[in-house]
Design a protein around this ligand. Sequence first.
Ligand code: FES
Length: 356
Amino acid sequence: MAHDEVSGAETPASDSSAVETSRTASTSTAVIASDVANPGEPAHRQRVTDTDPQAAKRAQRSVYTLFYLSIAGSVFAVAAYMAFPIENDDVGSVRLNTLFMGIGIALALFGIGLGAVHWAKAIMYDKEGIDIRHPVRGTDETRARAVEIFHEADQESGFGRRTLIRNSLIGALIAFPLPGLVLFRGLAPQSEDPAMLLSHTMWKKGARLTLDPSGIPVKASDVTIGSVFHIIPEGLNEAPDRLEQKAKAAVLLMRLNPDDLNISPGRESWSYDGIVAYSKICTHVGCPVALYEQQTHHLLCPCHQSTFDVVNECQVIFGPAKRPLPQLPIEVDSEGYLVAQSDFNEPVGPSFWERS
Ligand code: FES
C-alpha cells in the first residue's frame, strides 16, 4: 500500500507504481519526437523532359502512341472474337479464340496503363507539396482554392491543352470495354430470344414424371406420404441439349396429407391426392433447391438459405428469394403414372426473368 499525501488515504501499491511509471521516460526503444530533426523535402531533381524540349516532345509522342496502341488492342480483340469463333465440340477453336482475345485485351490494358504512368512521370508538372488535414468541410476560401487547384492541375497536366494526348486517352478508355461487351453478347443464345427460352421448359401435357437420373416413370402409388423424389421430364435423357433442359425442367415431387395443403382458387386440380410438384430451380439466383424437411414441409435452398413452405404453395418464408417456386400442374394417366397437365404457368428460376 502507498500513502496519498493529499487525502491521507492509503492506495493500493499497484496504482502508486503506475503513477510513478507514467512520470519517467522509458529507457528502452522510445523516441522523443523533439530529438528528431525534420528532414524536410528532398532536393528537387529536374527531369530530362524539364530541360530538353526535344525529350519532352519524344515523351509526348510515346504517350499518345501507347494510347493508340491500346485502341488497336481493343479493336484487335473484337476482330479476333469474330475471326476465331468458338465452334461446338472444338477445343482448338476455344484455344485460338481465348489466345487472340487475350492478346488484344492485354495490349489494350498495357497501353492505357503504361501511357498514363509515362504521362505522369515524364510530362506532368512534378511539383511536390505538403497538404495538412482539415475539417471535412473547408471554408469558402478553401473551397474556392480547391477550384483554383483543379484549374492549376488542368494547366499543369496539360489535359485541356494537349488535345492529342487527351483525345487519344479518351478514345482508349472508350474502346477498352468493347471486348467485354462483345464477350457478354456471346454468352446469350445467338439465334433465339433468351427470354422465350427461359419461359418454356420440356414439360407439356401428358409428359410423364420420371426419376432423375434414371428416367424411370413414377406411379402415384410409388409416392408415399413424407417421401420426396427428384424428377425430370420423360425423354430428357435423350435430348441433345439435355443439361440445358434439365436446368429449367427439374422438379421436386412430394406427397403430403391432402388436408395439410392450403390450395388457392384455380389450383385445386394441380395436385393429385396430396402429391405436389414444384420447380427445383430456386427463384433467387437459380441453385437447385435440394433439401426437404419432412416434418415442417419446408424446402431449403443451400446456396443462400431461402426457405419455401410446401404447405402454402411454396411461399418464401425465409431468405433472399422473392417469389414462390413455380408449381407444375400434374395428374394421373390411365396407367396410374404421374403426368404433367401442361408446362409451368410462369417462368422458372431467378425472378429477373419474370420481367421479360
Ligand atoms: S439461389 Fe437459392 S437462396 Fe440463393
